[in-house]
Design a protein around this ligand. Structure first.
Ligand code: SF4
Length: 315
């Protein structure tokens, strides 16, 4: 779907404490309310922004992020409770079956995203289960986006095992803050910022395609993260989504109410104002022409709702 647009400028209609100077917004809005609504409805969300299909082989995830969407869905369908999400169970039928080439057509640059509802950890038998599937997916001719909150030992092992598949796979490392203490508040057993940065450096130096997901963004703005990460990415290939940096907001609805206390409560108190349009627009506008940046649906929707132009939508 392409949007019909018209342009106009307004003087600082959203001025707030976050803006130091006056500015002019160039707006592009859908020609009608109906088109805008249809655009919002049709935007691809979550994993569908990146790949045609997703594959997972483990129920539960020991990395345990409080905001986890997969956990939220599993709880909704009574497949786990908050306390049991950390217990991982391999789905051997998924591991043992054969995989063909994904035939589905789509705009997404990758055939398959693996995994989406668990992390890859080095402990056995989980690591072998994951690498067995990954090899099958790649051997069938699929392009695979390997999404991780990366531990260095996992990345080193994957690089060694899959060095002959470098063309067909891309790592996407989730790194939402430069502050390891802050990451620890919501991503309980996930690696530190420093370890994730080392993982990125390692994979890129080894000649793998790498990219970043700053979702959820837990820092006040993404500038510091971009500054620290950008130089460790490979050459940009925007079409193939290699060397890109995706930015998206925290979805707070999956954080259990009873866990919103202490550090979690404090962090959320600081984060809420940073997730409002006025603040997000502040960095959106500055990064709009940054060649590596792509915006996740949470920010794209926010911009459309506020009549701000968005880049290259495919719906
Ligand atoms: S690593 Fe991913 S799947 Fe695992 S708990 Fe965190 S958000 Fe959920």
């Amino acid at each position: 779907m392409t949007i019909k647009t018209f342009n106009y400028s307004v003087k600082d209609k959203n001025k707030s404490e976050f803006f130091e100077t006056d500015y002019e917004l160039e707006l592009e809005v859908p020609a009608s309310f109906i088109e805008k609504k249809s655009l919002l409805t049709n935007i691809k969300m979550g994993t569908r922004e990146w790949a045609k299909k997703e594959v997972n082989c483990i129920k539960g995830c020991s990395t345990y992020c409080l905001y986890c969407y997969a956990k939220g869905i599993a709880k909704h369908y009574k497949r786990c409770i908050e306390e049991t999400w950390k217990n991982m169970e391999i789905n051997w039928s998924v591991v043992n079956k054969n995989y063909g080439r994904v035939r589905k057509k789509g705009f997404q640059p990758y055939d398959i995203m693996f995994p989406t509802s668990h992390n890859i950890i080095i402990d056995e038998p989980y690591f072998s289960a994951c690498t067995t599937i990954l090899k099958k997916l790649l051997d069938s001719g699929n392009t695979v986006l390997v999404t991780l909150k990366p531990s260095l030992n996992v990345v080193k092992s994957l690089c060694e095992l899959f060095q002959n598949y470098r063309e067909a796979m891309t790592f996407r490392f989730t790194i939402g803050s430069t502050n390891s203490n802050l990451l620890k508040v919501l991503e309980i057993n996930a690696p530190s910022f420093e370890e994730r940065l080392e993982s990125l450096k390692y994979a890129t130096i080894k000649g793998f395609n790498t990219s970043i997901s700053i979702e959820p963004l837990l820092d006040p703005t993404p500038f510091k993260l971009i500054e620290k990460l950008e130089s460790h990415l490979p050459l940009l290939n925007y079409e193939r989504d290699i060397g890109t940096i995706w930015i998206g907001l925290l979805k707070t609805q999956y954080i259990p109410i009873n866990l919103r206390k202490g550090d979690v409560k404090e962090l959320l108190k600081h984060l809420y104002p940073k997730m409002q349009f006025e603040h997000v627009y502040h960095y959106y506008e500055k990064l709009y022409d940054h060649p590596r940046i792509k915006w996740k649906e949470s920010i794209v929707k926010m911009m459309i709702l506020n009549d701000i132009k968005v880049k290259g939508l495919t719906a």
